[in-house]
Design a protein around this ligand. Structure first.
Ligand code: BG6
Ligand code: MG
Length: 222
Protein backbone atom coordinates (compact mmCIF):
# COMPACT_ATOMS: atom_id res chain seq x y z
CA UNK A 1 0.00 0.00 0.00
CA UNK A 2 1.35 3.44 -0.91
CA UNK A 3 1.94 5.69 2.06
CA UNK A 4 -0.49 8.62 1.96
CA UNK A 5 -0.09 10.04 5.45
CA UNK A 6 2.46 10.48 8.22
CA UNK A 7 1.40 10.65 11.86
CA UNK A 8 3.92 12.15 14.26
CA UNK A 9 4.17 11.72 17.97
CA UNK A 10 5.18 15.01 19.62
CA UNK A 11 7.22 14.57 22.80
CA UNK A 12 10.61 13.10 21.89
CA UNK A 13 9.99 13.08 18.12
CA UNK A 14 9.34 16.69 17.10
CA UNK A 15 10.96 18.30 20.13
CA UNK A 16 12.79 17.11 23.21
CA UNK A 17 9.93 17.76 25.62
CA UNK A 18 10.31 14.12 26.76
CA UNK A 19 13.23 15.48 28.77
CA UNK A 20 11.06 18.14 30.43
CA UNK A 21 8.47 15.48 31.30
CA UNK A 22 11.28 13.54 32.97
CA UNK A 23 12.52 16.58 34.92
CA UNK A 24 8.99 17.39 36.11
CA UNK A 25 8.28 13.81 37.27
CA UNK A 26 11.69 13.74 38.93
CA UNK A 27 10.89 16.92 40.81
CA UNK A 28 7.62 15.42 42.06
CA UNK A 29 9.46 12.25 43.13
CA UNK A 30 12.06 14.39 44.95
CA UNK A 31 9.28 16.25 46.74
CA UNK A 32 7.66 12.95 47.73
CA UNK A 33 11.01 11.63 48.94
CA UNK A 34 12.00 8.83 46.57
CA UNK A 35 14.40 8.30 43.71
CA UNK A 36 13.28 8.36 40.08
CA UNK A 37 15.83 7.52 37.38
CA UNK A 38 16.06 7.97 33.61
CA UNK A 39 15.57 4.22 33.24
CA UNK A 40 12.35 4.44 35.28
CA UNK A 41 11.27 7.28 33.00
CA UNK A 42 11.31 5.02 29.89
CA UNK A 43 8.16 3.38 31.28
CA UNK A 44 6.36 6.74 31.27
CA UNK A 45 7.08 7.75 27.68
CA UNK A 46 3.92 7.92 25.60
CA UNK A 47 1.80 7.08 28.64
CA UNK A 48 -0.97 9.48 29.76
CA UNK A 49 -0.45 11.83 32.71
CA UNK A 50 -2.59 9.82 35.17
CA UNK A 51 -1.21 6.44 34.05
CA UNK A 52 2.31 7.89 34.37
CA UNK A 53 1.50 8.97 37.92
CA UNK A 54 0.35 5.44 38.78
CA UNK A 55 3.68 4.07 37.54
CA UNK A 56 5.59 6.76 39.47
CA UNK A 57 3.72 5.96 42.70
CA UNK A 58 4.39 2.25 42.18
CA UNK A 59 8.11 3.03 41.85
CA UNK A 60 7.96 5.08 45.06
CA UNK A 61 5.81 2.38 46.72
CA UNK A 62 3.21 4.96 47.69
CA UNK A 63 -0.54 4.42 47.84
CA UNK A 64 -2.76 7.50 47.84
CA UNK A 65 -6.45 8.25 47.24
CA UNK A 66 -7.83 9.58 43.94
CA UNK A 67 -8.07 13.17 45.20
CA UNK A 68 -4.40 13.20 46.20
CA UNK A 69 -3.50 11.73 42.81
CA UNK A 70 -5.12 14.71 41.11
CA UNK A 71 -3.13 17.09 43.34
CA UNK A 72 0.12 15.27 42.45
CA UNK A 73 -0.70 15.23 38.71
CA UNK A 74 -1.47 18.97 38.82
CA UNK A 75 1.79 19.64 40.61
CA UNK A 76 3.78 17.73 37.96
CA UNK A 77 1.94 19.57 35.20
CA UNK A 78 2.66 22.94 36.82
CA UNK A 79 6.39 22.21 36.80
CA UNK A 80 6.20 20.86 33.23
CA UNK A 81 4.24 23.85 31.90
CA UNK A 82 6.79 26.21 33.47
CA UNK A 83 9.39 24.54 31.24
CA UNK A 84 7.39 24.43 28.01
CA UNK A 85 5.99 27.95 28.34
CA UNK A 86 9.47 29.17 27.52
CA UNK A 87 10.30 27.00 24.52
CA UNK A 88 10.54 28.32 20.95
CA UNK A 89 11.31 27.12 17.40
CA UNK A 90 14.95 26.51 18.38
CA UNK A 91 13.71 23.41 20.28
CA UNK A 92 12.45 21.68 17.12
CA UNK A 93 14.64 18.61 16.66
CA UNK A 94 17.10 18.64 13.74
CA UNK A 95 15.69 17.66 10.38
CA UNK A 96 12.01 17.75 11.36
CA UNK A 97 11.09 20.96 9.57
CA UNK A 98 12.72 20.08 6.21
CA UNK A 99 11.05 16.66 6.38
CA UNK A 100 7.61 18.22 7.00
CA UNK A 101 8.19 20.63 4.11
CA UNK A 102 9.19 17.75 1.81
CA UNK A 103 6.13 15.71 2.82
CA UNK A 104 3.80 18.59 2.05
CA UNK A 105 5.49 19.19 -1.31
CA UNK A 106 4.88 15.52 -2.16
CA UNK A 107 1.20 15.78 -1.14
CA UNK A 108 1.54 13.46 1.87
CA UNK A 109 -0.94 14.30 4.60
CA UNK A 110 0.39 15.08 8.08
CA UNK A 111 -1.19 14.51 11.49
CA UNK A 112 -0.07 14.88 15.07
CA UNK A 113 -0.85 11.88 17.28
CA UNK A 114 0.03 12.73 20.87
CA UNK A 115 -1.67 11.89 24.16
CA UNK A 116 -0.43 15.15 25.68
CA UNK A 117 -2.98 17.72 26.78
CA UNK A 118 -0.28 20.37 26.31
CA UNK A 119 0.33 19.55 22.63
CA UNK A 120 -1.42 22.63 21.25
CA UNK A 121 0.64 25.00 23.40
CA UNK A 122 3.86 23.26 22.36
CA UNK A 123 3.05 23.36 18.64
CA UNK A 124 2.15 27.04 18.95
CA UNK A 125 5.41 27.84 20.73
CA UNK A 126 7.38 25.88 18.13
CA UNK A 127 5.45 27.73 15.38
CA UNK A 128 4.70 24.42 13.69
CA UNK A 129 0.93 24.24 13.87
CA UNK A 130 0.34 25.16 10.23
CA UNK A 131 2.29 22.10 9.04
CA UNK A 132 -0.36 19.72 10.40
CA UNK A 133 -3.56 18.89 8.55
CA UNK A 134 -4.99 17.30 11.68
CA UNK A 135 -4.04 17.48 15.36
CA UNK A 136 -5.14 14.67 17.66
CA UNK A 137 -4.06 15.19 21.26
CA UNK A 138 -4.91 14.21 24.81
CA UNK A 139 -7.92 16.53 24.86
CA UNK A 140 -9.59 14.55 22.04
CA UNK A 141 -9.10 10.92 23.04
CA UNK A 142 -10.06 8.74 25.95
CA UNK A 143 -7.54 5.90 25.67
CA UNK A 144 -3.81 6.61 25.83
CA UNK A 145 -1.13 4.64 23.97
CA UNK A 146 -0.62 1.66 23.68
CA UNK A 147 -4.30 1.87 22.73
CA UNK A 148 -4.42 2.72 19.01
CA UNK A 149 -7.22 5.33 19.39
CA UNK A 150 -5.01 8.40 18.88
CA UNK A 151 -3.60 7.11 15.59
CA UNK A 152 -6.88 5.68 14.27
CA UNK A 153 -8.55 9.02 14.95
CA UNK A 154 -5.76 10.72 13.01
CA UNK A 155 -6.24 8.43 10.00
CA UNK A 156 -10.00 8.88 10.14
CA UNK A 157 -9.79 12.69 10.23
CA UNK A 158 -7.28 12.63 7.36
CA UNK A 159 -9.64 10.31 5.44
CA UNK A 160 -6.98 7.67 4.82
CA UNK A 161 -6.97 3.99 5.73
CA UNK A 162 -4.63 2.82 8.53
CA UNK A 163 -2.51 0.73 6.16
CA UNK A 164 -1.66 3.90 4.20
CA UNK A 165 -0.23 5.59 7.32
CA UNK A 166 3.19 5.59 8.87
CA UNK A 167 3.68 6.57 12.50
CA UNK A 168 6.86 8.18 13.89
CA UNK A 169 7.36 7.32 17.56
CA UNK A 170 10.03 7.43 20.28
CA UNK A 171 8.12 5.38 22.89
CA UNK A 172 7.64 1.66 23.32
CA UNK A 173 3.94 2.22 24.02
CA UNK A 174 3.63 4.29 20.83
CA UNK A 175 5.13 1.57 18.62
CA UNK A 176 2.69 -0.88 20.18
CA UNK A 177 -0.19 1.53 19.46
CA UNK A 178 0.86 1.90 15.81
CA UNK A 179 1.07 -1.87 15.37
CA UNK A 180 -2.37 -2.32 16.95
CA UNK A 181 -3.71 0.37 14.59
CA UNK A 182 -2.46 -1.65 11.61
CA UNK A 183 -0.04 1.11 10.58
CA UNK A 184 3.60 1.06 9.58
CA UNK A 185 5.90 2.57 12.18
CA UNK A 186 9.29 4.18 12.38
CA UNK A 187 11.00 4.20 15.77
CA UNK A 188 12.99 7.33 16.57
CA UNK A 189 15.71 6.48 19.08
CA UNK A 190 17.05 3.40 20.79
CA UNK A 191 16.76 0.07 18.88
CA UNK A 192 16.79 -1.83 22.20
CA UNK A 193 13.53 -0.13 23.16
CA UNK A 194 11.89 0.30 19.76
CA UNK A 195 12.77 -3.11 18.30
CA UNK A 196 9.26 -3.87 17.04
CA UNK A 197 9.21 -0.88 14.66
CA UNK A 198 9.43 -1.49 10.90
CA UNK A 199 12.48 0.75 10.79
CA UNK A 200 14.50 2.65 13.38
CA UNK A 201 16.21 6.00 12.87
CA UNK A 202 18.33 7.95 15.33
CA UNK A 203 16.79 11.26 14.29
CA UNK A 204 15.57 13.18 11.25
CA UNK A 205 18.89 14.81 10.25
CA UNK A 206 19.45 12.63 7.20
CA UNK A 207 15.95 11.37 6.56
CA UNK A 208 14.73 11.60 2.96
CA UNK A 209 11.34 10.95 1.41
CA UNK A 210 12.74 7.65 0.11
CA UNK A 211 12.21 6.37 3.66
CA UNK A 212 8.50 6.10 2.84
CA UNK A 213 9.04 3.78 -0.13
CA UNK A 214 11.49 1.73 1.95
CA UNK A 215 8.91 1.01 4.61
CA UNK A 216 6.07 0.44 2.14
CA UNK A 217 7.86 -2.77 1.26
CA UNK A 218 8.41 -4.02 4.79
CA UNK A 219 6.28 -7.04 5.66
CA UNK A 220 5.29 -7.59 9.28
CA UNK A 221 5.05 -10.89 11.13
CA UNK A 222 1.72 -11.27 12.83
C1 BG6 B 1 3.10 11.99 26.01
C2 BG6 B 1 4.40 11.85 26.78
O1 BG6 B 1 3.34 12.57 24.76
O2 BG6 B 1 2.19 12.81 26.73
C3 BG6 B 1 4.14 11.36 28.18
O3 BG6 B 1 5.24 10.94 26.09
C4 BG6 B 1 3.12 12.26 28.87
O4 BG6 B 1 5.35 11.33 28.89
C5 BG6 B 1 1.86 12.34 28.03
O5 BG6 B 1 2.80 11.76 30.16
C6 BG6 B 1 0.80 13.25 28.65
O6 BG6 B 1 1.27 14.57 28.60
P1 BG6 B 1 0.60 15.80 29.34
O7 BG6 B 1 1.31 16.99 28.73
O8 BG6 B 1 -0.86 15.78 28.99
O9 BG6 B 1 0.84 15.64 30.80
MG1 MG C 1 6.98 10.51 22.57
Amino acid sequence: MTIQACIFDLDGVICDTAHYHYLAWKQLADELGFEFTKEDNERLKGVSRMDSLDILLEIGQLTVDEETKLVFADRKNQVYVDFIRQIGPEEILDGIKPFLVALRARGIKIALGSVSKNAEMILNNLQLKSYFDVIIDGTKITNAKPDPEVFLRGAQELSVTPDACVVFEDAYSGIEAAIRAGMKCVGVGDPDILGRADKIISGFQDVKLSLLSEIEDVGRET
